[in-house]
Design a protein around this ligand. Structure first.
Ligand code: FES
Length: 186
């Protein structure tokens, strides 16, 4: 830790917005709508596998972790160590009661794309990037969540993609197919 860095614990509640993916398309953090605005919170490595599939946009959650504040620049970095359900409107640990049913209705669906080696060789990363761009430019990135997924056993027909809740599978997807897929399902 640098001499200008101060480390403290934090507790924060808010609505889960979206996952943030690393360059390798793995989940590395989340965006949370809180009373102090939208926050990016990095997930500890131990939390990543457990969180990757379960959070739905609009879900109220409470996060505990540590924050590093650069006392020179004022920049704050948040890292989550634990995530639990929270009641809508929660702001501190004192008024939290776990509620697994506290799920909002913002989300319309999910698109999962295989990011394992065979699909990657066949261009699944380009498809993921194209989808991400299409959703962000149309402002639908909060309604339709993108998720990397593991091998589904159809490696030679990759890139493989699944649209939820319909559970429709697509094979050999190319970036030019994205518009059609979005029109079909959303
Ligand atoms: S690597 Fe994508 S389906 Fe097997």
């Amino acid at each position: 830790m640098g001499k200008h860095t101060k480390k403290t614990d934090f507790t924060l509640s808010g609505r889960f917005l979206t996952y943030v993916l690393s360059k390798g398309c793995n989940v590395k953090g989340i965006r949370l709508a809180t009373s102090r605005g939208e926050q990016y919170i990095k997930l500890s490595k131990a939390l990543r596998p457990a969180c990757a599939d379960i959070l739905q946009p609009g879900t109220w959650i409470q996060i505990q972790g540590c924050q590093k504040v650069n006392t020179k620049t004022g920049k704050v970095k948040l890292k989550a160590k634990s995530i639990m359900p929270a009641l809508p409107g929660s702001s501190s640990s004192d008024d939290i009661e776990p509620s697994p049913h506290a799920i909002g209705n913002v989300q319309k669906g999910k698109i999962r794309i295989c990011q394992k080696s065979s699909c990657r060789k066949r261009g699944s990363r380009k498809v993921l990037t194209a989808l991400n761009t299409a959703l962000q430019t149309s402002g639908r990135d909060k309604e339709i969540q993108l998720q990397p997924m593991g091998c589904v056993g159809k490696c030679k027909a990759g890139p493989n993609l699944v649209v939820l809740p319909d559970k429709t599978r697509y094979t050999r997807v190319k970036p030019k197919n994205i518009t059609h897929i979005l029109q079909q399902h959303f």
